[in-house]
Design a protein around this ligand. Sequence first.
Ligand SMILES: [Zn+2]
Ligand SMILES: [Zn+2]
Length: 138
Amino acid sequence: MTKEKIEYYRKLGLKMTPQRLAILEYLEGNTSHPSAEDIFRHVEEKFPSMSFATVYNTLEALKERGLILELSIEPGKKRFDPNTEPHHHMICERCHKIFDVFEDFAVNLPEKYTKDFKVKRCEVVFYGLCKECQEKEV
Ligand SMILES: [Zn+2]
Ligand SMILES: [Zn+2]
């Protein structure tokens, strides 16, 4: 991670410990939508003494500052997305992989819903089977 980037996080009031840095590095450009457990398992390899609370607190701090999104696509499991641009998701119901959908498409709600409600944005989740799981299905 560049010095500028570290400085940027510091200015946002994030204390930058080596563990935190490792968490941020893991998240940077990560498109796998990891859970807190996934992040913990990864960073723990480098910092075996790190506690889960460190990961949890870091994720909370990042969320508060709008640097990551918390997704509740998978029931009972929070996943995190470092890409905070509005986008949609596809989730594989078998292997639980999440894919990004960066496409602007119209979701047309019947008028009975929109006459009293002004829709500003929407997030769509597509549930299905990924390519790998489809191949395994046959
Ligand atoms: Zn799959
Ligand atoms: Zn995403």
